[in-house]
Design a protein around this ligand. Structure first.
Ligand code: PLP
Length: 382
């Protein structure tokens, strides 16, 4: 645990052990306060505070740009979630027949359905690269699938199923050699592990805010690693793709010149405020510190689970991945689940196995409590 990070949260510790942070994290107190303050302001001032609020909304994009190492706030568009960010790119790109799209077979639904639909609509080949044993991934297989007909490679940096990471540099290199674009869904990494667009110059970074970032559910963002936002025509359009809501319709004008052209309508000011305050908390404590802390818990749990006969899913190379621990036991999973629920310890049951995902506010003691539950259920022949 990072004790000072733990103090940023005010959830009911006596009742809840949040061990499903790869699904949905609690929100720091300062982000909760920022939402309350904003709601009170809007309730009181309504349209009178519009300009002030829009200034804050646009300035907040600087924090996102800093968090991911983007060139600036003009590269950032806020979206309602990760799926919207991905779909916005998938549906806005222009395709030629004969092109293909490369992805992993184990991709989360938000990065699968929209590409499936686009490939059918434009008659493109969708190349889904299979996983290795136990949901591990071999990046070479993905690299080998990329060819000069590849329009875009669309992958999660870290997968939902078992936290499996794809090393990005070989993929970036293969995309560059073949003239392909690269979209990366970063929702399972941001806030858990440092990410920098200067190190990983991908074309499109998509994320939601409610997981490791501890931001708002129902908020996400699309960050342009390069300047495609200057030329791409957004599939969703509205007043704010072109200017401010009070401006007259002028059908001769072009969309706004920054990534905000990908925000068609009235802004989601409350969730974006919450997310930005959470990001500031993460930056204050250091994402690298958070990663080191959560990796200690991951290693501790993996070591013990292996002794209990569990099969660990995801990256077998433990220097890769976020800090989720996904595992399968020969028997007893149902009883373990019941026991965890009875103790209000959150977890996720995925096709890959039982997934636990500690954040830096969790403790080794909590890990041990879970391990004891598992051991006790196994010894009762569960
Ligand atoms: C890799 C990945 N992408 C996206 C999401 C969520 O997407 P959305 O914000 O569209 O619901 C998840 C949630 O589990 C995820 O693991």
């Amino acid at each position: 645990m990072l004790p000072e990070f733990r103090k940023e949260f005010n959830f009911d510790q006596a009742s809840y052990t949040h061990f499903n942070n790869a699904a949905w994290c609690p929100v720091p107190s300062i982000a909760v306060k920022s939402a309350h303050d904003f709601i009170s302001k809007i309730a009181n001032e309504a349209v009178n505070c519009f300009e002030e609020i829009m200034d804050i909304y646009e300035t907040d994009k600087e924090v996102v740009a800093k968090f991911v190492g983007a060139a600036g706030p003009e590269n950032v568009a806020f979206t309602p979630n990760c799926a919207t960010a991905i779909s916005m790119i998938a549906q806005s790109l222009e395709y030629k027949s004969g092109e293909n799209i490369v992805t992993w077979e184990q991709e989360y639904a938000s990065n699968a359905y929209t590409w499936h639909q686009v490939s059918k609509k434009h008659q493109l080949e969708l190349i889904s690269v299979p996983s290795e044993k136990n949901y591990d991934l071999d990046v070479q297989r993905l690299v080998d699938a990329i060819n000069p007909k590849t329009k875009i490679v669309t992958i999660s940096w870290i997968q939902s199923q078992a936290g499996t990471e794809t090393p990005l540099l070989p993929v970036i290199d293969a995309c560059k050699k073949n003239g392909a674009l690269l979209l990366v869904d970063c929702i399972q990494g941001l806030g858990n592990k440092p990410f920098d667009l200067k190190k990983y110059p991908v074309d499109f970074l998509c994320s939601g805010s409610h997981k490791w970032l501890c931001g708002a559910l129902g908020h996400g963002f699309l960050v342009f690693g390069k300047d495609h936002y200057k030329t791409m025509k957004p599939i969703l359009q509205g007043a704010m793709s072109y200017g401010l809501p009070q401006e007259q319709t002028d059908l001769s004008i072009e969309p706004r010149i920054h990534a905000a052209r990908f925000e068609p309508g009235a802004p989601q000011i409350i969730p974006s405020r919450m997310t930005i305050e959470s990001m500031k908390v993460l930056m204050k404590h250091g994402v690298d510190n958070i990663h080191q802390t959560t990796q200690k818990m991951r290693r501790h749990m993996v070591e013990h689970l292996k002794k209990l006969g569990a099969i660990i899913k995801g990256n077998q190379d433990m220097t890769l991945g976020n800090s989720t621990i996904t595992f399968e036991l020969a028997s007893g999973t149902e009883k373990i689940q019941e026991a965890l629920i009875a103790e209000k310890i959150s977890f996720s049951l995925k096709p890959a196995g039982l997934r636990l995902s500690p954040h830096a506010f969790n403790t080794i003691q909590e890990c041990d409590k879970i391990l004891q539950i598992i051991e006790s259920e196994l010894s009762h022949g569960g």
